[in-house]
Write a protein that binds this ligand. Structure first.
Ligand code: 6PG
Length: 241
């Protein structure tokens, strides 16, 4: 198995800078090699300052905005203008402050009454291989809306499914393991000491994505702040915590 690449940032600013730089680099490489870049973005709070940073002049000028197609790793079943909506967060932090045109943004219509149908249509809309997939991780090891023990972790055909999660709101639509496996480049952004024990387990412990779903991204580039990386380089013990 390929080993993860781990980048540890020494300060919150360095974390944001490292993550934004890496997104720009990967997008540029995709445009160079394949002509366009299909990027799927994570929700949650960690990436918000990173997305905001991408709209700052020093980064914005480096991005071929007209060559991007923006997708989402998951969505909470709420209207797109609701405070829970990942789409809303990405609009506020990135899309509204960028030259992206509406037709370049492919949101998950998770507010529809038939979430299974919305997921099926989203799965059809996703490209065969994302160029860049940005993911986060919850303290218990979930990524996108793939939570430990979820039947969605066994999905091998469909590329997006509706799921019930232990989080709020509980109903969500998420990409599935084959989408993560097929992505050309996976960037995992994790910050905060509350996630440190799980980061160490995920990176150093036995491979069991059914229990630790973020291990599906173990071949990716993990960008961590110092607090999240605290146990990664300990000589022993961290992974059994
Ligand atoms: C979501 C996500 C989810 C997120 C993690 C980490 O919709 O919540 O996409 O997988 O990345 O829960 O979230 P935080 O960055 O808020 O800790």
């Amino acid at each position: 198995m390929k080993r993860p690449q781990v980048v540890v940032a020494g300060s919150p600013e360095a974390f944001v800078e490292a993550a934004a730089s890496r997104i720009v680099e990967e997008a540029r490489a995709a445009v160079y090699v394949r002509g366009r870049c299909a990027i799927a973005l994570a929700g949650g709070s960690t990436p918000r300052p990173v997305y905001e940073h991408l709209t700052q002049p020093e980064f914005a000028g480096e991005i071929a905005w007209d060559k991007l197609d923006v997708y989402f790793s998951d969505e909470r079943c709420a209207p797109p203008d609701h405070g829970d909506s990942n789409y809303r967060m990405v609009c506020e932090s990135l899309i509204n402050n960028s030259p992206l045109r509406p037709e370049q943004v492919h949101r998950i219509e998770a507010e529809r009454p038939d979430a299974d149908q919305a997921a099926a249509e989203y799965g059809e809309m996703l490209p065969e291989r994302l160029d860049v997939l940005v993911l986060g991780m919850g303290e218990e090891g979930h990524t996108a809306s793939l939570y430990p023990g979820s039947p969605a972790l066994d999905e091998q055909q469909r590329r997006a499914v509706a799921v019930e999660t232990p989080a709020q709101p509980s109903r969500r639509i998420t990409i599935t393991p084959p989408v993560i496996a097929a992505a050309h480049s996976v960037l995992v952004l994790i910050a905060g000491e509350a996630k440190a024990a799980m980061v160490a387990r995920a990176l150093r412990g036995p491979h069991n994505p059914k229990e630790i779903p973020i291990q599906l991204a173990r071949n990716g580039v993990w960008i961590l702040d110092r607090a999240a990386a605290e146990h990664v380089y300990e000589s022993s013990g961290a992974e059994s915590k």
